[in-house]
Each structure stands twice: as structure tokens, then as C-alpha cells.
Design a protein around this ligand. Structure first.
Ligand code: ADP
Length: 357
């Protein structure tokens, strides 16, 4: 018999959904294991919310099934699934206190009052707002409101928490801080979560694993690192902000420690990758630094654009054949080349890979 730990908590099997002629979901399968945070990532209209709504029971799949601990729940109504939800549109009750908001789900479950109070205190401590119970929602900052919304959705200890763009309405600085907080809170209580976002940075920061979607289809699934390092297609690469492609003219085994030597229009590049050999190289923007005498894997180009990005400079180099490449380069300001300069960049072999076919 398969042990309970190896069984997925949630299993989505071949779920399709059509609205008229529109295919919102095309045979999506997904497993989420206990304690895992899985992000559904994709551009607007790719089907993320529809999938989440099918899991929540707010939509019925046209085809396919949904299982909770291997029990089929495809037709089970939302309230009977007992999942937690943190959707942008499920705002807090503005005229109730923080404690009343957090206790809402517990009240619905008819949890005894003293247990409700204890749980609310636990939740306030968890979200870093001890003593805030009697405050009104109006007295809270945007970030604090978001944390209270999180506390409200996890107070009843749902088996699965679903979050749909929960940080969508916040400004960037706050969003970045809350991404990390949200992950650490969810991890600290071992919560299993499905997290919808169109923002790759948010998906990378929050999830253990992510599912990249486009036009209702699953494009790729894996850890954030896997997807970033080995995107399966041009669409996936572009979605992760990767734009540097180099056609391979000839490919040969390289002298160790490298695995491959590829001839390209910019010269020979050596690298090692576990992706299968194809005719297109993907070079990540963090690969480059201003070349020194002793460097290998050096390319030459003209500096087309440069801009300061805080932790690094973004450089765009122009090469023969209208090829433009983008780089994130860390360098002291005094070494920074000027626009129009011919520059040499050394490319780190571990940031070069084949664009998986
Ligand atoms: P996402 O969450 O990735 O932005 P959605 O799941 O909301 O995408 O939508 C996927 C597709 O299904 C879109 O083309 C959208 O217009 C369509 N869609 C979603 N909900 C409905 C609905 N209730 N009626 C008709 N079409 C819908």
C-alpha cells in the first residue's frame, strides 16, 4: 500500500473547461503535496483563475476530476471542501474589528468561543500583529490588512489555502516585503497552498514549485530554479525575462571541465548544461561581466544602452546581424563603459544553456 505521505493532498486530473468556443483550460493535470506551495503562473487570460475556481468548487470542470487525498471531490460544493481562500475581491469586513475578521471562519464552523479567542491570539502572533485584535480595519496599513486577510483564511486550519493575486493591489516595495513574509508564515505552519499570480518574481519568491500556463495549457512545471534555468520554449523563456538567444552554428564536445563548445556568430562559447543539445543557446543576463585579460568565453559588442538598476547595471550590447543582447552587470561605476564603446564581456559558462526544444 502507498503511504499517506507520498499521496498528493490535491490531484487535478485532466481538467478542461470551455466557455462557449473559448478553451479556458485544456486538460490540466497537477499534484500538490502536503506542505507544498505551488504557484500557477501565466499571462492574463491563461486560465489560472479558472483552474483555481475549479479546485475551489466555484466552477465545474467540463472534463476531468479533482481529488482531495485521493477522494473524488469534483462535484463537492465549495463550503464542503473546507479550503481557505484569499482572493483580492474577498476584502475584510470594514466595520468589524481585526479579531472579528479573523474569527469569521471559526464562527461559521461553530468553534467554541474560548477556542476562537485562543486561535485569534495565535493568528495575531503568527502574522506579527499581537495586540491588534480590537483595532478597526480602518486603522491598519495596506500591508497589515493583507496579513489580517491571510490570518482570516488560515484560522480554520483549511487543508488547502488558495490565493488569487493576493498582493496584486499593493505597491511594489510592500509587495516584495509581503512576498517573503507570506512564504515564511505559510512555511512555518506547513500550510499547503495554491497561489495564482501573473508576476514571475512573485511566483519565484513564494513557491516551491510552479506551473507555467498559457492559453489554458500547461507549458512547464517544476521548481523556480528549474524553470528559470531550463525554460522549455521561447514563450517560457520570454515570460521569465530571458531574451538572449544565440543560434548555434556548429557544436562539439569541449575540453573538460566543459561539456560543449558551440560556435556562434559571436565566437566559440564553452559551457556545461544538463539540457539536451539544440540549435539555439539561451544566455542568461547575469552571465556577463566586463572581461579581464585572462578571461575565456569572451564576446565583443557595442554598448547600445546602459541604465542603473540599484544592485546592477543593465547593459544592452549590439552585435552584427541586428543582434541585441541584454545583461545585468555588477561593476564599479568608474569601470562602466559609455554608450557607443566597443566592449568585451566574459560569459559565465553556467549561465549558458540550450533552449530546450
Ligand atoms: P487568468 O486567471 O489567467 O487571467 P482566467 O482563468 O480568468 O485567466 O481566464 C481564462 C480564459 O477564460 C480567458 O480567455 C477568459 O476570458 C475566459 N473566461 C474566464 N471566466 C469566464 C466566464 N465566466 N465566462 C466566459 N469566459 C470566461
Amino acid at each position: 500500500m502507498v503511504s499517506r505521505e507520498t499521496l498528493p493532498l490535491l490531484r487535478v486530473q485532466g481538467v478542461s473547461k470551455q466557455y462557449g468556443a473559448e478553451h479556458a483550460l485544456r486538460s490540466i493535470s497537477l499534484e500538490v503535496h502536503e506542505g507544498e506551495i505551488v504557484a500557477l503562473l501565466g499571462p492574463s487570460g491563461s486560465g489560472k483563475s479558472t483552474l483555481l475556481r475549479c479546485v475551489a468548487g466555484l466552477e465545474m470542470p467540463g472534463e476531468g476530476d479533482i481529488f482531495l487525498r485521493e477522494e473524488r471531490i469534483t462535484e463537492r460544493p465549495p463550503y464542503a471542501r473546507g479550503f481557505g481562500m484569499m482572493f483580492q475581491q474577498f476584502a475584510l469586513f470594514p466595520h468589524r474589528t481585526v479579531a472579528e475578521n479573523i474569527a469569521f471562519g471559526l464562527k461559521m464552523q461553530r468553534v467554541a468561543t474560548k477556542d476562537q479567542l485562543r486561535r485569534v491570539e495565535e493568528m495575531l502572533a503568527l502574522i506579527g500583529l499581537p495586540g491588534y485584535g480590537q483595532r478597526s480595519i480602518f486603522e491598519l496599513s495596506g500591508g497589515e490588512q493583507q496579513r489580517v486577510a491571510l490570518a482570516r483564511s488560515i484560522a480554520p486550519r483549511p487543508p488547502l489555502l488558495m490565493l488569487d493575486e493576493p498582493l496584486g493591489s499593493l505597491d511594489r516595495t510592500l509587495r516584495e516585503r509581503l512576498m517573503d513574509e507570506l512564504r515564511s508564515i505559510l512555511k512555518s505552519i506547513g500550510m499547503t497552498a495554491l497561489y495564482v499570480t501573473h508576476d514571475q518574481q512573485e511566483a519565484f519568491a513564494i513557491s516551491d514549485r510552479l506551473l507555467l500556463m498559457n492559453r489554458g495549457e500547461k507549458i512547464q512545471e517544476g521548481s523556480p530554479e528549474q524553470l528559470y534555468r531550463h525554460p522549455v520554449s521561447r514563450f517560457a523563456a520570454e515570460f521569465f525575462g530571458l531574451h538572449n538567444y544565440l543560434p548555434v552554428q556548429t557544436l562539439a564536445p569541449a575540453t573538460p571541465p566543459y561539456q560543449w563548445e558551440a560556435r556562434t556568430s559571436l565566437g566559440s562559447l564553452c559551457f556545461t548544461t544538463d539540457a539536451p543539445a539544440t540549435t539555439l543557446l539561451l544566455v542568461r543576463p547575469e552571465a556577463a561581466r566586463l572581461a579581464r585579460e585572462e578571461d575565456s568565453n569572451v564576446i565583443t559588442g557595442t554598448l547600445h544602452e546602459r541604465s542603473f538598476r540599484g544592485s546592477h547595471y543593465r547593459l544592452v550590447t549590439a552585435h552584427e546581424g541586428s543582434l541585441f543582447l541584454e545583461w545585468e552587470v555588477t561593476t564599479p561605476q568608474r569601470d562602466l563603459p559609455n554608450q557607443g564603446d566597443v566592449i568585451q564581456l566574459a560569459l559565465r559558462p553556467d549561465a549558458i544553456t540550450f533552449l530546450t526544444p
